[in-house]
Design a protein around this ligand. Structure first.
Ligand SMILES: *Cc1c(COP(=O)(O)O)cnc(C)c1O
Length: 444
């Protein structure tokens, strides 16, 4: 470990002198995972075939310390990282399995492409609607949908330490080049921000920007300290490294410099918000995860948590209540509960809106006010972030009460609206306006 920069004193049982190497496994290396090889053959085959379609990458930390292999069938972290047979429709699975068994590369490729095409790889019009123009040219690597916040996709931060089976940006990990928002040019970002004084937040996202070497991240973050970017008050970094590779903040070659960088940017007067993706309290149970959180917070950065609600992983109020409590105990601020987007194996992970609201409500009931800061369940849909406020009855009609948390048009924000109650609806476009209206107000 580089001792030039000292870490905070270690308070959990983590050997900071032992630096585990990030060892990852992909579809072709499934047979190198001993715990996986002990599963029944049918289960292994299901994963092997599903992982041809969905991005699969898991590392040794997740395999050895997070997954409960003794109860793998019910393990949320196993489902979070290992694609499951049922994520494919039966006919698709059978066809692909046949081609795979026969070693027919052409046929496999054709099936994989066809199946992926059918999984709505381009949700919420991200490519067409959110990419801004500067001097008449589209700005590469940027999305600017909501007035105050610009999303930036640094080129080197477009993969992850492990992949989530339900990832809404899954298409970029399976080689759909068109979907990479990755930017080569930090200058373009700085120029864009200089001419957009309404922007207060820059969100570095991916993939996972924490996959980058500190040196690369530093060049991006330091660019935000330009005196002409005084209007940028908050730098957010979207990451799942606190779950998938907490060693990033503790024992990697450049982790001490990473913490130093966060501290320096905070000292320069910017708020750093680590937007940590969490799905389950299990992710917070290891000493190394807790110590990483502690070290990050010691830099003056805040950690906010967000993540989608997923069938079979966390569709249980107790899981959310326990997760929020564990987060707050560690100093993390719960931020959003998302509804899973309608992409990828949506049929497998989908939780109907009414159920999502009940889970949210039952979880909120179990925790104190400091844990109730997560808004949701929220859909990041094309018109904006739409929250299900609840189910109620107005003049004898059962309806969903909804509101915009964010809107493509800022005037929509915080406007309540009503939709016909629908037990099965799982996304905004499944809903119809209540009270016999033709259209929702934002569609007019
Ligand atoms: C969620 C989101 C943001 C950030 O919204 P906040 O409510 O400020 O957290 C920004 N841009 C896009 C495209 C988003 O989906």
């Amino acid at each position: 470990m580089n001792k030039a920069v000292q870490l905070e004193e270690n308070c959990y049982k983590v050997d900071l002198n032992e630096a585990p190497k990030l060892k990852v496994f992909t579809q072709r290396q499934l047979d190198k995972i001993p715990q996986f090889m002990r599963l029944p053959e049918e289960a292994r085959k299901g994963v092997e075939v599903a992982a041809l379609v969905f991005p699969f990458r898991v590392n040794e930390y997740v395999v050895n310390q997070l997954i409960d292999w003794n109860d793998w069938e019910n393990c949320a972290i196993f489902r979070l990282t290992f694609p499951q047979k049922a994520m494919l429709l039966d006919d698709d699975f059978i066809a692909l399995e046949k081609a795979y068994d026969e070693g027919d590369k052409e046929s496999m490729k054709a099936h994989i492409e066809r199946i992926r095409e059918g999984l709505n790889p381009h949700p919420a019009g991200q490519m067409e609607l959110n990419v801004p123009f500067h001097d008449g040219e589209p700005v590469e690597g940027i999305q600017h949908k909501y007035e105050q916040t610009v999303l930036f996709f640094p080129t080197q931060g477009q993969t992850c330490h492990s992949y989530c089976t339900f990832c809404f940006r899954w298409a970029q990990f399976v080689g759909d080049k068109d979907l990479k928002f990755a930017s080569k040019e930090i200058n373009q970002l700085v120029e864009y921000l200089k001419s957009h004084k309404e922007v207060t937040d820059v969100l570095f996202t991916g993939g996972d920007p924490m996959i980058m070497k500190t040196k690369a991240l530093k060049s991006y973050l330091e660019a935000m300290l330009d005196p002409e970017l005084d209007h940028i008050k908050t730098i957010r970094i979207g990451t799942k490294a606190l779950t998938f590779w907490p060693y990033r903040f503790l024992t990697d070659d450049d982790s001490a410099e990473l913490l130093q960088l966060l501290e320096d940017v905070v000292k320069a007067g910017k708020h750093i918000a680590i937007m940590a993706h969490y799905n389950h309290w299990k992710e917070l149970t290891t000493d190394v995860a807790k110590e990483a959180i502690r070290q990050v917070r010691a830099t003056g950065a805040e950690i906010r948590s967000q993540g989608p609600l997923l069938k079979g992983i966390n569709d249980d109020a107790d899981v959310w209540a326990k997760m929020w409590k564990a987060q707050v105990a560690l100093g993390i601020i719960p931020y959003y509960m998302f509804v899973e987007r309608d992409t990828g194996a949506h049929h497998y992970f989908e939780v109907p809106l009414v159920k999502a609201w009940n889970i949210y409500r039952e979880a909120q009931k179990q925790v104190s006010g400091v844990c109730r800061t997560a808004r949701g369940p929220s859909m990041s849909a094309s018109p904006g972030k739409v929250e299900v406020q609840g189910v109620t009855e107005i003049n004898g009609e059962k309806v969903f009460a909804m509101r915009f948390i964010q809107g493509r048009d800022p005037d929509w924000i915080q406007r309540p609206f009503f939709a016909e109650y629908d037990e099965k609806a799982g996304w905004l476009d499944h809903l119809k306006p209540a009270f016999g209206e033709e259209k929702f107000f934002f569609e007019k």
